[in-house]
Design a protein around this ligand. Structure first.
Ligand code: CTP
Length: 414
């Protein structure tokens, strides 16, 4: 049990400049008689004794209007989203922006639809949220500073380490909450409460109605966690991954790939680790379903092609043969492929290609071949390739031998 007041706990979760800014915003709200709250994630983090990095503020009534007053008086700038009634504030002394929204109620026209938004009271704003631990607010204006709004006993759930939805339709309204449940559970070392777990199976089919972009975003948020494989394992256990594609799984091998490197992870590397075992058909399905970025999809396909050719690559008979096998592939795919390839000789060969073979430079170029009497045309490229192959295989070395070999090759053409 904490003996410190919420006001004190809030103060100690803030840096000095942030404390100053928040006080400034709160006193403007108080003067205008506008109840202002810190809501959601930052409240949760503050009660966990973690520092607050991002501010989410809500105000009862018009948020844009209040944001304008704050920006004017504290010397900041703002961007507004009239349609959602939200504003993003950039204030002096703070590198990250602050979001200000109106307290609102949300309804879902159909499962997985984006919500329809109406102005509401702070209690309505709490009621629309995902989990009890994210459905708390701390009031900031005037004498109310430090008052905790906790209608769903989020503070108790934080103490017990519980992830609990607010109502039985929560996952059906918004199946991306399945990803969020796994993410928060594993980030904090909590457990999803039993009754909440029971709500998962009926929500699985609704996942099919969520857009690829939203699903991809949830994966990428998990990739940003310290140990993404833990949340991904939960999604596997809950059959969320299967719902997206039968081949999308998390097993010991995949976990080991995540564990073999420290965070932070490149999203692309995570996709390779997660999808490295998929068949070409499943890979195509997943990349389309999750609407992966074009470059990511192309490079992933290359990684899979490298994986499927690993025996050939491992057995390349010569340096020049290896060069021709790998020449077609992009850098990122080659570098990432080592995570999807088991054959050690193939891995070593890719490494050798990246570090050594592709760095090999000829001392002769097309202009020099012309000076040696070779007419312009396709032979120029062919001879340069033969020269490079000879240098790679060590049958020719040094500028003089290169020149002699070039002359021999030109004589054969002429
Ligand atoms: N929220 C929700 N349902 C969602 C997404 C968000 O109810 N599908 C609510 C939660 O109350 C959440 C708040 O909106 O706390 C802000 O969402 P977000 O910024 O995504 O989460 P944070 O809780 O701030 O988490 P993080 O620490 O990962 O930023």
């Amino acid at each position: 049990m904490h003996t410190m007041s919420y006001a004190d706990r809030l103060q100690s979760a803030l840096t000095e400049p942030d404390r100053h800014l928040l006080r400034g915003a709160a006193s403007i709200a108080a003067r205008l008689n506008r109840p202002l709250y810190l809501v959601g994630g930052p409240v949760r983090d503050c009660l966990l004794g973690r520092p607050i990095v991002d501010f989410d503020l809500t105000v009862e009534g018009d948020a844009i209007d209040l944001a304008r007053s704050i920006a004017r008086e504290l010397g900041g700038t703002l961007k507004t989203h009239e349609r959602f009634g939200t504003a993003r504030l950039a204030l002096p002394g703070r590198s990250r922006t602050i979001d200000l929204a109106m307290t609102r109620t949300e309804t879902y026209a159909r499962p997985a639809a984006l919500p329809d938004v109406l102005a509401g009271a702070i209690q309505d704003d709490m009621a629309r949220r995902d989990f009890t631990i994210n459905a708390m607010a701390i009031r900031l204006d005037g004498d109310y500073f430090g008052e905790l709004i906790d209608p769903y006993h989020g503070e108790a759930d934080l103490q017990h380490g519980m992830i609990r939805v607010l109502h039985a339709r929560s996952f059906i309204d918004d199946p991306t909450r399945l990803f969020r449940a796994a993410r928060f559970e594993q980030r904090f070392g909590f457990a999803v409460e039993a009754a909440t777990l029971n709500l998962i199976p009926p929500a699985l089919p609704v996942l099919d109605q969520v857009s690829g972009d939203r699903l991809r975003h949830e994966f990428e948020l998990i990739f940003r966690e310290d140990r993404p494989e833990r949340a991904l394992t939960r999604l596997h256990d809950w059959r969320v991954l299967r719902q997206i594609d039968h081949e999308l799984i998390v097993d010991d091998q995949i976990r080991a790939k995540f564990q073999s490197r420290p965070a932070p992870f490149e999203p692309f590397a995570c996709w390779v680790w997660l999808l490295g075992h998929c068949s070409p058909v499943a890979l195509m399905h997943v990349t389309q379903r999750l609407n992966l970025l074009r470059d990511d999809a192309i490079d992933l396909e290359q990684v899979m092609a490298l994986r499927d050719q690993q025996t050939l690559i491992g057995n390349a008979p010569s340096a020049s043969a290896l060069y021709h096998q790998l020449d077609y592939f992009g850098d990122r795919a080659l570098q990432a492929a080592t995570a999807a390839i088991d054959d050690e000789r193939a891995r070593a060969n890719i490494d050798r290609y990246l570090r050594e073979l592709r760095e090999v430079k000829l001392s002769i170029d097309g202009t020099r071949l012309k000076a040696l009497g070779l007419p312009e045309g396709p032979e120029v490229g062919r001879i340069l390739t033969k020269l490079r192959d000879a240098v790679l295989d060590g049958t020719v070395s040094g500028p003089q031998q290169e020149e002699e070999y070039a002359q021999t090759l030109i004589a054969q053409v002429n």
